[in-house]
Design a protein around this ligand. Sequence first.
Ligand code: ATP
Length: 425
Amino acid sequence: APLKRQLTETMRKHLSPTIFQLLAMIGEEAGQLSMRAYLIGGMVRDLLLEKENEDMDIVVEGDGISLALRLQEKYGGKVRRHDEFRTATWTHPSEFKIDLTSARTEYYDFPAALPKVELSTIKEDLFRRDFTLNAMGISLHIDEFGELLDYFHGFEDLRKGKLRILYNLSFVEDPTRILRAIRFESRLNFEMDSQTERLAIQSANNLLSVSKPRLASELVKLFYEENPCIGLKKLQKLSLTPFIIDTPAEELLAEKRFDLLYQWQQDLNKDDITTHRSIWLCYMFLLTTGRVKDLSSLDAYTLTKQDKEVLSDLSSLLFSEASLNLSNSLSQTDMHIKFASYQIEPLLGFFTLIKVGNKNSLFQYLLKRSKLKRKLDGKDLKELGLSPSPIFRKILFYTETCQLESPSLTKTELIEKVKMKFSLN
Ligand code: ATP
């Protein structure tokens, strides 16, 4: 018989008292409705890895919606129900959200199709998951509270740092799991076991039949949430880039670009400047040969308006590359005139890609620009007796360039410069 693991103490130690209590409550209420509730997925994995994770996924053998309604009746909060999957989200009065799902099993009409679903047992529910370490549950039922459900040896894989799929056709049925495997390898510093890795390589061409937005929702996590350089190395090790990018760059080149962009992100971070999520598309672009036409093939990967803006900025930067005269040595003012209207993310992507020798001075400009705190604003201009007009923008832009050139200028000195430049008095 498999070893029974009792995790109540681990849960008490690593979960907040509120969450621990909520879990106990959910188990108890489910029991009263003659259902069994289980905590499953990422939170179980991260509990065993002692990593924080408050995404509470509950699966019930029974009806998730009735359980949610009962919890709401007793403890308040709100319920959002999704009737087709018998699933509900219960928002606890403290605003904490809990997903309550009815145990179900999935089957696929054809590989890479979206799954069809029917209700079933917890074991079958866990079997439809991606990797053994994500396929564990913890019982919340009062008689067996805290018992680990580990039908597929996830605990052992987790201890050995292995990612293992649950059945051989797993990657064929859902090729996005290949990207998930890479992501977990990168995030947890784990490795696929040899069979899983072999099947990932064999199934890689199935990635071609997955819609771009589905690929994008995995890739964004690989290139935004994790260290993208590790993600890239893993993609390359399995020769996966040709399946996510039409015109891949040479591997070493892509690696050098990734290293540079990531280095710059880290340097910005030291000054508390964070780049937004859409930087992931810059990484995608760095995977390609880096031409304008590669940009248009990335259109299908955009998930948000911000994503689209990054692509369109990159494209106008690339179009104007020749006229920007980047090989000359440029003053802070020159650079500000050329680049002030662009966001930091596309600029970082663009500077990574271009072939000029003085990339670092471009980056230093970006760094200064991001740290710049305007010493003069519209109010100050009004106090100088100016009435608001388009010249305000010109003046304020001029003060920015002055501050970039000489960061130590005082407000008084700036005002003097403005008066001179714009012949005010
Ligand atoms: P994260 O911390 O990034 O949210 P997670 O493990 O919670 O990691 P999610 O993408 O939120 O990941 O998925 C929640 C759970 O659903 C996972 O633990 C996994 O078991 C399951 N899952 C998600 N996507 C798939 C998939 N494509 N195939 C099978 N199971 C999946």
